[in-house]
Design a protein around this ligand. Sequence first.
Ligand SMILES: [Zn+2]
Length: 128
Amino acid sequence: MGVGTPADLVECVALGVDMFDCVMPTRHARNGSLFTRDGHIAIKNARFKDDPGPIDNSCSCPVCKTYSRAYLRHLFMANEILSSVLNTMHNLHFYLDTMQRIRQFIEFHRYDELLADVRRRRSPAVEE
Ligand SMILES: [Zn+2]
């Protein structure tokens, strides 16, 4: 289907879409593009060379709980297969977490808040 980024999922659910299938989380992971609440980051970027933080501070996945951006960048730059594995684990977790958040906001009749937050974070001023 080709839809899409986590922000796209939030937008599409607002339009009534309730089924998604896309290679984006795994393909992006293999290419070192990792999703965060503020958009995606390219882990190969030199600014992550010594970054001790997780991919996303709000992510509860095992990768974010265990590995730093610097280590993940090292794996990616060294062309280690573990890079694809860990990056894929994070991106898939991030997508599943996004869908869980969507369900919670719908359940509590607060979907407009989620939509506004995603649109604010999507603005060019905060994209990486
Ligand atoms: Zn994570």
